[in-house]
Write a protein that binds this ligand. Structure first.
Ligand SMILES: N[C@@H](CCC(=O)N[C@@H](CS)C(=O)NCC(=O)O)C(=O)O
Length: 208
């Protein structure tokens, strides 16, 4: 059985959403395993030596890590689900373009806000790190706002792995108190994302 390791509220949410969608609509049987992170006794360490989610244990026991690998893998599991795009199509690279942006720039732009100690051990520097981090994240969000569709999803009517991933980060904009949460494109996109049945199922599972 394929198992997806996730932690509530973490960036494994995108793969969690896609797993619910695949299981509910396309007959897969991905088991979602909730694990704690940042604790030495988590069973996650035996799965991913970096202690990070998401991690995907495949039927044959091999483990895939990194959103940049797991999301495309899940996106290809049931091609007719339309969660990715056909090999060789430009759209497939456009989806990868979003995943790359989110995985590197956007993920890292949130980090100085929550974990300034990663950048400097001296607590006296942390307010400055957080405030520079907010500026950088705000700039990225302003650029993302310009790219968002007025309706539907990044690639039209169908929800893709890129949407599952983007929505996770955009949901977090209000949590960190940035005014971009109220930008028209971002707030409407988050509203649509929150209403998606697979997002609701994943939120309920992470809360329980
Ligand atoms: N590059 C990795 C990053 C994964 C990552 O940082 N996951 C966080 C949760 S959002 C985590 O598990 N952190 C555990 C820790 O910081 O010890 C990916 O995108 O899959």
């Amino acid at each position: 059985m394929t198992q997806l390791f996730i932690a509530p509220g973490a960036c494994s949410f995108a793969a969690h959403v896609i797993s619910h969608l695949l299981n509910a609509d396309h007959g897969t049987a991905i088991e979602v395993v909730k694990v704690p992170i940042r604790t030495p006794d988590s069973p996650l360490w035996a799965v991913n030596p970096l202690g990070r989610v998401p991690a995907l244990r495949l039927d044959d026991g091999q483990v895939l890590t990194e959103n940049g690998a797991i999301l495309p893998y899940l996106g290809d599991l049931v091609p007719q689900a339309g969660l990715s795009a056909p090999v060789g199509s430009l759209e497939r690279y456009r989806i990868q373009e979003w995943i790359g942006l989110l995985n590197s720039d956007v993920h890292n732009a949130f980090r100085p806000l929550g974990r300034p100690e990663f950048y400097n051990a001296d607590p006296a520097t942390h307010d400055g790190i957080r405030s520079r981090g907010r500026e950088r994240l705000a700039w990225l969000l302003d650029e993302i706002e310009k790219k968002l569709p007025q309706e539907g999803w990044l690639f039209g009517a169908r929800f893709t792995i890129a949407d599952a991933y983007l929505g996770y980060y955009l949901r977090n904009v209000s949590r960190v108190g940035l005014p971009q949460a109220q930008a028209p494109g971002i707030s409407a996109y988050v509203g649509r994302y929150n209403a998606h049945p697979a997002v609701q199922a994943a939120l309920a599972a992470e809360a329980g």
